[in-house]
Design a binder for this molecule. Sequence first.
Ligand SMILES: C[S@@+](CC[C@H](N)C(=O)[O-])C[C@H]1O[C@@H](n2cnc3c(N)ncnc32)[C@H](O)[C@@H]1O
Length: 246
Amino acid sequence: MSLPEAGAKRAVVEAMFDRIAPRYDLMNRLMTFGIDRGWRRRAIAALALRPDERVLDLACGSGDLAAAAVEAGGRVVGVDVSAGMLREARARRLGCGLVRADALALPLADASIDAVVSGFALRNFVDLRAALAESARVLRPGGRIALLEVDRPASALLRYGHAIYFRRIVPILGALVAERDAYAYLPESTAYLPDEPTLRGLLAAAGFGAIAKRSLLGGAAQLVTAERTDDAAERAGRPAERSPHA
Ligand SMILES: C[S@@+](CC[C@H](N)C(=O)[O-])C[C@H]1O[C@@H](n2cnc3c(N)ncnc32)[C@H](O)[C@@H]1O
């Protein structure tokens, strides 16, 4: 599957996730040998949730991160553009709200969220800059964001092994379990991922500070965390409110 043009991307991505939704969780477990569960726990732990904090699982898919956030005591809403993925999430009765919406136009009030988590979704957004700005808008000043994504190992040897696994084996596994095209898109879509300095720049421009990146499994994945600064509110032309936790 070739990468879609920007204009078609949202519809192509939405239709693809609608199709693979019933096999999505199984593929995740097989592809990562279940290691993704630990990554998800780390992403939620990085948010250091306090009881009843309002959490947005951005592009929640079938709801693994939302489930972990509920378990950690958050009041969670998951947002996703794919009706098929949301159907899978609803079937799990996660104890959270689930809303079909675009990450670029969240149906949430300004500063209404304490923490945003997002798993393996950045590559799929049509406009990452706009998606980060929208996350900053709904986060209160001092609110935290944790972004889990695939990555490229820094070591040449690991990068070689990773490329073979990701570009040759995963599409075959995808063909057997779900759909070859979708799991050929997965490695291809890393082309949409900015490198670390660019992602840091985008986060800073959206109004995030305290940006930190942790490499997972030798760089196969990354966990990027940040905090919304007061500047983000000023940028959006409204007075910054004080964080109750500041
Ligand atoms: C690889 S899946 C990740 C799902 C889930 N976050 C996880 O960790 O397993 C990417 C998800 O992003 C969703 N998505 C893609 N573009 C989106 C957008 N513009 N707004 C909201 N969700 C979007 C897809 O429907 C899909 O469920």
